[in-house]
Write a protein that binds this ligand. Sequence first.
Ligand code: AMP
Length: 217
Amino acid sequence: MIKNSTLTIALTKGRILAETMPLLAKAGIEPLESIGSSRKLLFETNSPAVSLVLLRGSDVPTYVRHGAADVGIVGKDLLMEFGVEGLYEVLDLEIARCRLMTAGLSDRKPSEAKVRVATKFINVAKQHYASRGIQAQLIKLYGAMELAPLMDLADEIVDIVDTGNTLRANGMSPRDHIADISSRLVVNKASMRTRHTQISELIDRLSKAVDEQGGRA
Ligand code: AMP
């Protein structure tokens, strides 16, 4: 269990974590043991008042919304998909930049009538196709979206694209740009009131760390 007096920051595992740790270090927060090489999920830091918890990105908004963590670092894609109810999105950390896009097989023309779409971003996809007046049959997947058109499960996917290498390696090309994505700092609404001084200081320090990195991450 974490002490009640501790400010808990929920971090997203994986790609985002690698870019988060240097930013936290710049803001003066460092775990007491190396995060990457441990199976532990809860970490104390050099500041006794701050602890870190490692989660899947899609669980970060849930932990913060319910106040199990006071603050979280999570991709904008997941905030778009799961909503920001109970949260304040306070800072663009300008890390883990990528794009949310639709994509399809390079040798097929996009359908303008009805399209089968495989994605883990069901809400984002629903909104996107509706805004273009395209009827979409949405198929929820949990990973390896780029396989779906190859296996004729779907005509298009909605997924995160960074270099585009994954799409190219699977004979696909990006089509519509839905949104630019980066990681955001989110705060539980109640924590923002009850721990205002501590959280304001954290936002301030992280904001300076982002400026120092010059948005080049
Ligand atoms: P790429 O081949 O560089 O276009 O990367 C595409 C794959 O990497 C996607 O399937 C994503 O799941 C993952 N990915 C790339 N950038 C990010 C990011 N910033 N956050 C989470 N996943 C990412």
